[in-house]
Design a protein around this ligand. Structure first.
Ligand SMILES: [Cu+2]
Length: 470
């Protein structure tokens, strides 16, 4: 039932030729007022902050030109933006969520400078960037008007980014190419964990550890992980199973595990000092119960210092499989008037689990940030079942291009009346199961529609993947 989870890069590239062919439109305009101004006028450079990234990560600026950094904070926490110049840091005051602050920086000599959020600990969580000042062909340094009077999009600095239009397009294209090439990182989370059997009880043994997790190629972030992966291993059980979970805390802080959405005896609920003591470093947690919930998606996650622990990756899926046979969700289609037509139960061909996360790891799907996310691959005509969960701290409206999907279950429970949607807001803690009838070939973007979670001047990042129908 669980097929083709990992896409082969070659197959995907073929489909994406369609995608990239449409993207080579001419980027007109750009520049304008800036390059006509006197040399002393500062060049504006736009920077976005979030929890916990600086975007873009590599900031290109013209050398020997006063700069004005327009710093927007899209994260829920306060951040600053500072540049280290000749050993001292030029920095903003703390910037509130959703506020924008300008930072004036005197002309920089050509070279590379370190930028960071100066709030203690935030640089270690990933809020670092480089600022490269270059002369000559650098951004904003060359004119944008060619001899025929038209605007030269390749060399004009776009007002919004400090990059030329060509640089913006090139960086965006590179991200898509990297995504399609696949295998951007060596690690993969959410792999199915086989239990051992002890007198009829399915026993799942997991560690809870601090690791360096590669969220995108070469970008390692401090993470907390079940068995070392984000998400943790996927647990597959059936209604009626007797299960035992043994967790060993290998971290340097206490932790405890809660089975989110599952009906368990009170003592197994995993809330520190309400139903159980947390496990101190080196200690074990043991849970045993009978699975009584209906087939669907559930979650196990930390319930201790959860802003940090869950944000850093301590979550995983419990999939309660149908007791017999396969999933039994009706196959709805839309008639030409847009009314639902109910068909027989769909035969599920492909099945995927997608965990949304935000926080110290950035905006991630299954622990990875685009372009390191994995496409969902289907053959034309397949019915694709996607288990979606949000274990972040923000809403994420997930939007699938080109399709309407059928929302068949919420929080593990089949809906009385499934409904069609193309954008589904998933709140922290919610799970939805959606069904896609993959009838339209091509690569269809599937992404969060809160734009700071997905796209900046240098292309797509964060919560972006694609449904690739071959
Ligand atoms: Cu989002």
């Amino acid at each position: 039932m669980r097929t083709r989870r990992i896409a082969t890069a070659v197959a995907v590239i073929g489909v994406l030729a369609v995608m990239t062919a449409c993207s080579s439109s001419s980027a007109g305009g750009g520049g304008g007022a800036g390059e006509q101004a006197a040399e002393a006028a500062p060049t504006t450079v736009e920077v976005m902050l979030s929890d916990f990234q600086i975007m873009p990560n590599e900031i290109q600026v013209p050398a020997d030109t006063p700069l004005s950094f327009s710093v927007m904070n899209h994260g829920p926490s306060q951040h600053t933006f500072g540049i280290v110049v000749n050993g001292s840091t030029i920095e903003t005051d703390p910037i509130d969520a959703n506020a924008t602050v300008d930072l004036a920086v005197p002309a920089l000599a050509a070279g590379t400078y370190q930028a960071l959020c100066t709030i203690p600990g935030h640089d270690a969580l990933g809020m670092k960037a480089t600022v490269t000042a270059s002369s000559g062909a650098g951004p904003a340094a060359s004119g944008g008007t060619s001899t025929d009077g038209s605007t030269d999009a390749a060399t004009t600095t776009a007002a919004s980014s400090g990059m030329t239009a060509q640089q913006m397009a090139d960086m965006h294209e590179q991200g898509v190419k990297d995504f399609l090439a696949g295998n951007q990182t060596d690690s993969v989370g959410g792999q199915v964990l086989k239990p051992t059997i002890d007198h009829g009880v399915k026993v799942f043994s997991l560690t809870i550890e601090q690791v360096q997790w590669e969220v995108s190629s070469g970008v390692f972030k401090p993470a907390m992980a079940f068995n070392g992966t984000v998400p943790g291993p996927e647990i597959q059980v059936r209604q009626g199973d007797r299960v035992r979970f043994v967790f060993r805390n290998l971290m340097d802080q206490p932790t405890i595990v809660h089975f989110h959405g599952m009906t368990v005896p009170n003592a197994m609920d995993g809330v520190p000092f309400v139903t159980a003591k947390p496990a101190m470093p080196g200690h074990y947690l043991t849970y045993e119960f009978t699975v009584v919930d209906p087939p669907g998606m559930y979650v196990y996650h930390s319930h201790f210092n959860s802003t940090e622990q869950v944000g850093s990756g301590l979550y995983g899926a419990v999939i309660v499989l149908p007791k017999t046979g396969s999933w039994k969700y009706p196959s709805y289609t839309l008639d030409p008037m847009g009314y639902l037509q109910e068909g027989p139960p769909a035969t599920i061909d492909d099945e995927y689990t997608m965990f949304l996360g935000d926080g110290p790891l950035g905006y991630v799907i299954n622990g990875k940030s685009f372009p390191a996310t994995t496409p969902l691959v289907a053959k034309r005509g397949d019915w694709v079942l996607i288990h979606l969960a949000n274990d972040g701290s923000m809403l994420h409206p997930m939007h699938l291009h080109g399709y309407h999907f059928e929302v068949v279950a919420q929080d593990g429970f089949p809906l009385d009346q499934p409904y069609m949607a193309d954008t589904l807001v998933i709140a922290p803690g919610q799970r939805f199961d959606v069904l896609v009838h993959a009838v339209y070939p091509g690569a269809w973007a599937f992404h969060c529609h809160i734009l700071p979670h997905v796209e900046g001047p240098d292309g797509m990042y964060g919560m972006v993947t694609a449904l690739v129908v071959q």
